[in-house]
Structure formats: structure tokens, C-alpha cells
Design a protein around this ligand. Sequence first.
Ligand code: BGC
Length: 718
Amino acid sequence: MEKTDLKKLLSEMTIAEKVGQLVQLTPDFFLAGGEITGPMQEWKMSKEQLFQIGSVLGTHTSEQVMKIQEMYLEKSRLKIPLVFMADVIHGYESIYPIPLALAATFSPEIVEEVARLSSKEATEAGVHVTFSPMGDHVMDARWGRVLESNGEDPTLSSALTRGYVRGYQGNDLSIEKNRMAACVKHFVGYGAAQGGRDYNTVDISHVNLYQNYLPAFQAAIDEGVELVMTSFNTMDGIPVTGNKQMIQKVLRGDLGFEGVVISDWAAVVELIAHRVAADKKEAAELAFSAGVDMDMMSDSYQTHLAEIVLEKEQQEILDEAVFRILTLKNTLGLFEDPYRGLKEQTPEQLKQTKKELKQSILSISEKTPVLLKNEDNVLPLKEGQKVALIGPKARSQDILGAWSWIGEQEKAISLAKGLKEKDLDLSILAMEDGQNVTENEIEQAIQLAKENEIVLLAVGETSEESGEAASLVNIRLSRNQEQLIHAVSKVNANVVVVLFNGRPLDLSNIVVDTRAILEVWFPGSEGGRSIANLLMGEVNPEGKLPMSFPRAVGQLPLSYMSLSTGRPMHDGNNDQKYISRYMDEANDPLFSFGHGLSYCQFECLDNGISQHSFTEDQTVEVQVLVKNKSQIAGGTTVQLYIEDVVAQVARPVKELKKWEKIYLNAKEERMITFELSSDDLKYIHHDLSMSAEKGLFNLSIGLSSQERSIHHELLYVV
Ligand code: BGC
């Protein structure tokens, strides 16, 4: 449709029809043939109003979408197609590893592939818009939603967020019917929930907001993301969903977003519970005036917006909001093809898509695990070794993660299944996932551990234990799993923990008992197979932690990017009292951001820097010779960090600026070059402007944020 036709359509709409476009409901409202029954009656919505709404979220099948769209187009006056949205977070039916695991690849190209192929499956089921990616900056593993994040580094998170948007949206949504519009969420600050308790208060400074929380949103917007979702939390005391400053000034003004702003689930009506609105009418007024276009799953707009618009003479604002939604529908080509994507592929093509997904999931889930520890190269497993696989995650298919609502769990490959495909002398003792490991089971485990040379302990979280509304004050392994590890390690020196989880855990209590720890996250549909390939050494671990693992929960929130303090701790003063340190624990994490071992031994050697001082229009090249000193091939990520030695605002002690993934054959070496420009030195000043300051910068390069072997000094001269 041409823009003029859209304008014409808008001019033909009644106020009620316009308000309807701003309402999003679940499919239940339609599934009884449009009869409003049960709890839905509370909303006092008429059938006429139902056939005016703009969008549906969370349909399960192509049949549902077909049925609802058909019914809607038949009964609505203007026949403006519904736009169907859903949470396709790391796959639809075929499930990739969780986003935090995907972030361990440090690869925007990989997440782009995830998004592209997930779209192929989801669009076939009628999904037009996905509520992904999540650009929330996170530092607190108590918050269960770190599972959906790209981790603690804003630069990495921004690059990955861009990758997702590219993968979902492609080049032209109106032509590419197997792509979806993306909705970046949750704008903004949601990851800073106090105490890590979901939905809790957020109170962060504006320098912090602009420096760390906005970049991923800016990246998504620069990449052309179609929608932004507002978050549940407060900013400056006002919930973002009713916060004009955040939506109008920051999102629309500073970040330049022009697309649709949608609330999170029921966030408009929750303005009442926040006690910034007295009733639904005030809630609707606040959210609408702040700039929320679409009300997800509350009846505030539906019931009150028409009245508010007339009273406040907000017709123009209403028209703008509706026009944005009509534009989205037009961008998706829905006016020409309201059944977009549905049954687009022939059964043969669909089979091919599923096959493609399976292969892609397997290969990507081989790249996401992080080898945290591998003493004396206990891994990979050696030929002829007698191996025991023990633990609640051994046979569990609960390996898809909390956001795999359509995921086919019954088809997920368990670790036991993956290992049984290998030529191994394997005994299995599987406990019920999600249940306490009993004394009796521990006895059996001890016995089995005695009979085998090596023990693989498959432990971790259930998918319910991380994700939304899954906050914890204790992030240690629960349900006697620590006890199981202790008991087994007493009788077998070769304990390898295979860890399934959605968040960094506090592993301090078990780390000494283990020879190796392989962090596999929630690895997705092919999990067991990819982990088996890794354990056998058929593929080599290459994941790097996107989020630090604390030594104790009391260190949280935690980030490798901490700011300098007035009393910093360093090697020479850690026995003194009046410095910034814990009396009962070290400051640094147990496993830091960027850490991840390989079965290979890599070395980074300094090959010089092009210049030691530079100006705004120059680029500096830093060369590193990366050597694989082993007899096997493998991959790693070389990381470059900077430290701004003196600045107007306290700056992090180190900040990731560049990284490169590199694969080397046995004994191979390769030169890599990092390019730095003044853009890499820019930061947010107290007046929220962004610029680089002249002065000295320390560069360091290595294989993690802690293990940096190359150092350079660089002077920036303005
Ligand atoms: C979550 C969002 C999600 C939405 C729709 C909310 O509870 O916070 O992340 O997209 O539900 O399912």
C-alpha cells in the first residue's frame, strides 16, 4: 500500500477503530468464536471491540493464525489485518542454545544465523513479529532473565543485538516472507532490578544509563528494528511504560526511534500497582501521553483511551500512534497478504528447513559451551576409558531453557543419548531432574564412581529455575547436587562436571572437587549430541564467558568493567583494611568475563603497534601473532581491552573494545590485526555528551579479561 492509501485508510477510521489498533490480546479472546467468556468477561469488552483490535500475541499454530485472521477479516468493518506477535527467543520448535549461551560465541554472524533460521520456522506458523532480541544490560546473576541477555559487556551486547535484528528482519520484510519484524526489549534498565529480584525497582544514574544500558538499543535502532518494548521497571522513580522522558526524549529523541512502541505484558495497567496511577483511566492516560503506542494485554486503552483522547484533544497523537501500527502492517505486506508466511513452504521445503535447522543447531551448540576448568587435560575423554555418567541432567530432556514454549522437548537429545552414540564403555546413573538427589542415590553414585576411571556429573538447574520471575538469593547448585559432587569426588579423582544452567552460578563450593567443568547452559534441541562431541574431543570447546561467575552471591552485581575507586585493591595492598575489598572473599570473580579454555594451547605474541600516539583522523593498528601450540585444531577469541588512564568521569579498569574469533589447525600460527580509532575511546561525560579525551590509554590483549599478555601504551592527541 502507498503511504497516501494508508493516510486515506486512517481518515476513514472511527475513534473506536483507531483505539482498537492499539490493543493487543492473546488468542483466547478469539478461540471461542469471538464469544467473550470466563475471566475475559471482566474486561467488559464487546464483540464489536474485539473485531477492532490491532494485534494478537502468542498463537501456537498456523491453524490458529489462519482461523483468527479469517474470522477477523470477515467480521471487522475495515478489514485491517491483525499483526501476530510471539516470543521467538532462541528458536520456535527447533531450539538453539539460550541467548546467554549464544553470547559465549562472541559472534554476531552466529546469532544472525539463529535469527534467520528461527524466522523460517516461525513465519511458517504465522508469526509476523518476534519479541526479540533482549538488549538488557546485566550484571546480576540473581536475576533469572540474564538467561535471555547477551551478558555483561555493552559493546559485545550491541554487536550481538545488531546480528539478531539483521537475521530476523533481512533486507525487505514485505518481500521476504520468511523473515519477521524484530522488537528489541526491555526499554530500559530492566536488568538493574535491585537485589536481582524480577520486576523490582531500578535506580541508575544517567551516565550509567547512556554508557551501559542504551547502546544495545541504539544498535538495534541503527539496524532498523521495527519495534521497541517498554519495560516494567522504574527509571527516575517513574515506570518506563508511563515515563515521557524515557520514551519521548531518550528513545524517540536521543536514539532516533521512529517505529512502534509496545508495552510489556500488562505493564500499562500495572502503573496502578506502581501507584503512579489511581485507576485504569489514569494508567492509560499516562502510558499514552508518555508515548506507548500499543497496550499489550491490558484493557486500559480499550476501555478508556477514546474518552481520554476526546477530553485531552489528543487526536493527533492518536493518529500518529495508529499510523505507526498501520505502517508496520504495511511493511510486513499484510494488506496484500494477511496470511503472510503461512504454508509458504511445500512439505518438501519444510522438511529441508527442519533439516537445515537441526544441522545449524548442532553446529552452533558445539560452539556455545565454555570449558571453565580442565586440570591435567582430563578432558577430552580418552579411548578405552571406563566412564560413568551420573546426575539429574544425565537423561533429562529439560535442556531447552525457559523460553522454549513451543520447543519440542520430547525430541531434545539428552546427554545420555548423545554419549550412547559414541564408542564408549559407559555406565549411567540418572536421577530425576528437579528432584532432591537422595541419600540412596548418592550411595549408588559412590559405588559407580569407584568402578569407573572417570565420572561425568551432569548437574544444574531445571528450566524453571532461570528466566522470567526466577530470581534467586542463592545461586549455588541446589537439591543436594553439591553433596553428590562432594561424595563422588572423595572416591574418584577424575570428576568432570557438565553444568546445565541459565545463569552464572556460584561454584566456589564445588570447584575444588572437580578436575574439569564444562558449562553447557541450556544447550537446545541437539544438546546431548553436541556435548558428547565436545567431551569426546571430536570438536574443541571455544566458548568464552559473556558474564562473570562470582565467587559468592554477595559479590553481585558484578562486572569485569568495574570503575576505579578511590581506594582500589591491588596485589601489594590486599592485606590492608581501608581499601575497597571484602574481608571474607576476593574481589575478582571465580571465572571472569571472556574466560574459556580449549583443548588446544594458544599463545598470543606481540607483533607491535603502528604508532604510540595518534589523532582523531588516524587509525592505530595492533598486531598479534596467535599460535596454536598443540597437535589438534581449535578456535578461540582474542580480546583487546582498553583502560583510560585519566578521564573526567571515572572509567572502568578495563573495557572490551575489539575481539576476533580465530580457528587454527594443529601447530598453525596466524597474524591478526586490530584497528582502533578515536571512536573506540569515546565515553559518556557528565552532561551525557559522548567524546574522547586526549591522554594516555593502556591497551591489553589476551584470551580473557584476566589473562592478557600483551600491553601497549597509546597517547591520544586531540
Ligand atoms: C515478558 C516479555 C515478553 C512478554 C510477552 C512478558 O512477561 O517480560 O519479555 O516478550 O511477556 O510474552
